[in-house]
Ligand binder design. Structure first.
Ligand code: CFM
Ligand code: HCA
Length: 531
């Protein structure tokens, strides 16, 4: 396997080879968790799949909150690209507002770059208030704003006074971090500082939040359907089909379920410190994972009624899908996958693929940190560099008025042994011996690994899907789900199984020849098939 990696990288200049090697590991032993280099700058000139800090802040975390107007302060291109492409669905609730179909931008021009854009931003906020009357506004800065020094915080503070609604400024200029990840952190900080904790609703029994679930293709709705059936009361989903009103009350929940650890673990941790609410790592992708997560949650509350109801719902849901899942498993069993998404799905989807008998032989993340690879136990050993230091680390303290002791110390310690309480173990432990784990994969390496490892299917994003598809390998987008979904929970697993089987079995593959059938992959001559 080591040779495989060397072969994939052999054309690189020595310096690039040395750097990229640190981002690629092979799991040589079942119980080994090797160290990986992650969350560092992409080498200039390399075609990475990563996005920018603004994408992580506005696009990922803030964007799905439907009842706030999200103004992008910058040239129109940054907004236009992000307009509706992430498929974070939302529904209008009676009398409430949903601005997700709009795209609000200050449309900065050259003259604004030269003379400053604050005036334009003030005007944009005024128009947004007059035309849409939102409950709150966010302002996200793109690259030029930071470069010319517009003071978006001052404009936001002034507007907040003038209009009497919250106006939050996010200095998430694209270059602020090495990837989207910096933007997640910036968005988490401001939501924690200004929104979470200001609501005063009276919570019901079994109140929960789901953190890091963005309702792509309707995933959040499918998860909510099952949790509602069991009897949980979801206060806030952050931020899929999200609402400013709900997020204000997030501090009233009894537990936080964390689906995407990378994008929101900051809020989970800060809520625990400030309000005493523990979090559990969840995974609603995959049938076995969904069952496991539901059992963790029931165990957390330790209520007999909930435990019983959970088993009843699991039985009911399984009865609905089991036969068909078995059918698709027969069709897909024994195949291999190359799985490469942003910061969570590359792990979560391995579990769903396992349900279908498919083994992930190579995987990794665009922008995750070492803890998403190696587990949270390594956090204290992660070295900080100038790029990390650029992102504010906010310190929260116990809120004496709203802090609740939800679990006694003894119960906390006991549960910690049984469920992933305030813990995430990372992707490496979930992968098989000899699998390749790769950080910040680039287009060149994608093609090399496809040729060398010959996976049966490739799961990634818009930028590389078609290259690989044209190489003759079934390719599927796991960001947008290729406009399908939901893929979460029980019913979602079946939709995924159907889509993957359809992709693998389409007769179109007869018309494409993978490169390894025409080009020799090792020195030597090619012989005709069958000889
Ligand atoms: Fe979390 Fe996400 Fe992901 Fe992510 Fe993203 Fe996304 Fe993703 Mo695209 S929040 S880390 S920054 S699960 S937008 S919904 S699909 S890269 S793997
Ligand atoms: C982003 C959003 C993205 C991009 C998807 C892709 C998404 O990172 O800005 O590259 O296919 O999920 O929409 O991750």
């Amino acid at each position: 396997m080591k040779k495989v990696v060397e072969r994939a990288l052999e054309k690189y200049p020595a310096k690039v080879f040395k750097s990229r090697k640190e981002h690629i590991i092979i799991k040589e032993n079942e119980d080994e968790v090797p160290e990986i280099t992650a969350n560092t700058r992409t080498i200039p000139g390399i075609i990475t799949n990563r996005g920018c800090c603004y994408a992580g802040c506005k696009g990922v975390v803030l964007g799905p909150i439907k009842d706030m107007v999200h103004i992008v302060h910058g040239p129109i291109g940054c907004s236009y690209y992000a307009w509706g492409t992430r498929r974070n669905k939302a529904k209008v609730i009676d009398g409430e507002k949903n601005f997700l179909e709009y795209c609000f931008s200050t449309d900065m021009q050259e003259s604004d770059i030269v003379f400053g854009g604050e005036k334009k931003l003030r005007q944009a906020i005024k128009e947004a208030v007059e035309l849409f009357n939102p409950k709150a506004i966010t302002i996200s800065a793109t690259c030029p704003v930071g470069l010319i020094g517009d003071d978006i915080n001052a404009v936001a503070a002034e507007a907040q006074k003038l209009y009497g609604i919250q106006v939050l400024a996010f200095s998430c200029e694209g270059y602020k971090g090495v990837s989207q990840s910096a933007g997640h952190h910036i968005a988490n900080n401001n939501l924690m500082k200004h929104v979470i904790g200001i609501g005063d609703m009276k919570p019901k029994k079994y109140s929960i939040n789901i953190l890091g679930e963005y309702n792509i293709g309707g995933d959040g709705w499918e998860i909510k359907r099952v949790l509602d059936k069991i009897g949980y009361n979801i206060i806030a989903i952050m931020t899929g089909d999200g609402s400013y009103e709900d997020i204000k009350n997030a501090h009233k929940a009894d537990v936080n379920l964390v689906q995407c650890h990378r994008s929101i673990n900051y809020i989970a941790e800060m809520i625990e410190t400030k309000y005493g609410i523990p979090w559990i790592k969840a995974n609603f992708i995959g049938v076995k994972s969904t069952i496991e997560t539901l059992r963790y949650l029931a165990n957390y509350f330790g209520d007999d009624m909930l435990i019983e109801k959970t088993e009843e719902v699991i039985k009911e849901e399984l009865a609905d899908i089991e036969g068909q899942m078995e059918y698709y498993k027969e069709k897909l069993q024994g195949r291999t996958a190359f799985l490469y998404v942003g910061g969570s799905r590359s792990h979560h989807y391995q579990e769903l693929l396992k349900d279908l008998g498919v083994e992930t032989i190579i995987s990794g993340y665009e922008f995750a940190h070492r803890d998403d690879y190696e587990g949270r136990e390594v956090i204290s050993t992660i070295k900080t560099d100038a790029d990390n230091k650029n992102i504010e680390e906010i310190k929260v303290e116990k809120d004496e008025k709203n802090y609740r002791v939800i679990l006694s110390k003894e119960r906390y310690e006991k549960l910690k042994k049984e469920i992933p309480l305030s813990y995430y173990g990372g992707i490496i432990k979930a992968m098989n011996k000899n699998s390749v784990i790769i950080d910040d994969l680039n287009h060149y390496e994608t093609e090399e690994f496809i040729k060398i490892l010959k996976p049966d299917m490739f799961f990634s994003g818009i930028k590389d899907k078609y290259v690989v598809q044209k190489m003759g390998v079934m390719s599927k987008q796991l960001h947008s789900y290729d406009y399908s979904g939901p893929y979460a929970g029980f019913k979602g697993a079946l939709v995924f199984a159907r889509d993957v089987a359809a992709g693998v079995y389409t007769p179109a593959w007869k018309y494409v020849t993978p490169p390894w059938k025409t080009e020799p992959m090792i020195e030597g001559t090619l012989e005709e098939e069958g000889e």
